[in-house]
Write a protein that binds this ligand. Structure first.
Ligand SMILES: [Zn+2]
Length: 108
């Protein structure tokens, strides 16, 4: 069976994920535990970022692999660190369905 690593396993091992796009010609390093804040731990590494380069949005040139950090990474490797998640409210106009007339939390 083809082995597809999942995010949770990578995070448990403290792995670094290197995403490389041959179209943008850039590689970026992510910390697996950071991505756990964005994705479920069962997510396949292939499916992170929708399987596409976050920059150009193309999947054909994008590849994400995992590796152990090494001592030589310290102070040398630039990682794309997650510093926060913006949640933007999303709105849409709908017909009122009456559901909000019930008192909230009234029933046991
Ligand atoms: Zn790209």
């Amino acid at each position: 069976m083809f082995y597809r690593p999942r995010l949770g396993q990578a995070a448990d091992k403290g792995l670094i994920l290197i995403g490389k796009c041959n179209l943008c010609r850039r590689a970026r390093a992510y910390i697996a535990t950071d991505l756990l804040q964005l994705y479920h731990r069962d997510t396949y590494l292939d499916d992170l970022f929708g399987g596409c380069c976050p920059r150009c949005g193309k999947s054909d040139f994008w590849r994400l692999r995992q590796r152990y950090p090494s001592n030589s990474d310290v102070g040398m490797l630039t990682v794309r660190k997650l510093i926060g998640i913006k949640r933007t409210p999303q709105w849409r106009d709908e017909l009122y369905d009456g559901a909000m007339q019930k008192p909230a939390g009234g029933e046991a």
